[in-house]
Write a protein that binds this ligand. Sequence first.
Ligand code: FMN
Length: 199
Amino acid sequence: MKVLGIFGSPRRGGNTEMLLEEALKGAEKEGAKGERLYLTDFTITPCKECHGCDATGNCVILDDMQKMYPKLLEADVVILASPIFFYGVTAWAKALIDRTQPLWVRKYLLKDPSLGKEGKKRKGFFISVGATKGPRVFDGAVLTVKYFFDVLNAEYVGDLVFRGVEAKGDILKHPEALQQAFEAGKRLVSDLKKSRGGE
Ligand SMILES: Cc1cc2nc3c(=O)[nH]c(=O)nc-3n(C[C@H](O)[C@H](O)[C@H](O)COP(=O)(O)O)c2cc1C
């Protein structure tokens, strides 16, 4: 079972990175193979809305996103971690999300069965933090991520979000946070194993 962890913060060693690392460790503890994608290591141009994918379901922009499509499709579980930037995910994460438009084309225009009801069922999980404490601080990002997961045929099974987290390491002020992330990673894998009949 493959668990793809997408690190969407430009700040290495930051709060969402700490949380996602724990979630991946939890998933690995449960026997999954974790893969770590630090988006700052790649060049992913924003979608140009050129409609170059409409006929084929393939993106015509030949940058590092081309390496991401197979990874996204091979994954059984996708965990996206992004802090809140201006009430949404970071531009790094949004660029990757927007570039999955060719998969949207495959699923909804070309009716590719591998992304339909008979296709592989994935699980998606979102991790986020924000500096403020507003009740709606995660709303925009959650909605974006739900539609991202939908394109991947990944059920949005949940999220782990923390308010009042700003400086590097602030997440440690939530004493249970890292343990919660570890347990979430473990649970994602064990639940998927169960739903697939003890794989
Ligand atoms: C460009 C930018 C925009 C931000 N916008 C918000 C925001 O709208 N709401 C909020 O609560 N925090 C906002 N923050 C704070 C970050 O979410 C916070 O610092 C977070 O801990 C960063 O996560 P990281 O440590 O994983 O990089 C913003 C930070 C930056 C740099």
